[in-house]
Design a protein around this ligand. Sequence first.
Ligand code: NAP
Length: 284
Amino acid sequence: MDTTSLTGKELAAALRADTEQRAAALTAQGTAPRLVLVVANDDPASGWYVKSLQRAAAKLGITCDTTDLGADSTADAIRAELEKLSSDPAVDAVMLQTPLPPGVGLNDVSSAIAAGKDVDGVSPLSLGLLASGLPSFPPATAEAVVELAKHHGIPLAGRHVAVVGRSNVVGKPLAQLLLAENATVTVCHSRTTDLPAVTSAADIVVAAVGRAGLISGEHVREGAVVIDVGTNEGPDGGIVGDVDAASVAGKAGALSPVPGGVGPVTTALLMRHVVQAAETARTA
Ligand code: NAP
């Protein structure tokens, strides 16, 4: 069977073009949309991600500042900074980078981000709004999975989707977004018994685990759609997904590549959220 590649580049480019136009319109009215990244670590991967967000924002006419609190920050200091940014009218959007300092959990601090500025949907309020079907920013990675499927004309309503991974940033919010699309959702995790049997029953399998190659041909039924959210360091230093593409290709009907699938759409959606937050704040 031919396996279609669910590339995200074309969709990401279309999203960026729209965002750039909207950012320019906001700038013409007064000030550019402004995102502030809050960092409290000295992790190289986080540093790389911050630089990639800064580059993405700059290309679209979005101001992107970074506040570095240091890797030994306390939960109180991080909360205080997030509260300050949340009440600053000159800031449209706030993103807290992970990892956080040892002993500080995301749930200890993320509720200090105002929902209207929480462009990556990490706070308990944003997640609760999403689960309740109320307006909120969904985590961009979870939204990217749904948007990538729609872009490639993959129907979701009535389909059985197995999501492997139940984190607050990907698996759980993705389950909510898929339910909102009328999919039938099974959420799998490290305690799921007989994962291949569960995922093989699904029309669509989403891998969001963080283990290179965990999802292989035995997890996928003939013709199923497979979307790979994973970003793991490969043996040669490049990025590899959670799907063993060699054994899934030829069996799946479609597979998203890593890199070049969910990743570029995620960044493009984050930037769109920044512009949406600014538009809402300025018409309030
Ligand atoms: P996470 O917080 O570590 O969660 C991993 C999930 O996978 C957990 O729910 C865990 O189950 C489950 N899991 C672990 N081993 C498993 C196994 N053997 N079988 C079934 N489930 C298993 O990771 P995350 O933050 O959700 O990220 C997941 C992946 O997505 C990572 O590779 C990450 O780098 C990537 N990611 C990509 C983007 C992007 O833009 N492309 C953005 C964010 C994340 P338990 O809950 O039982 O522990």
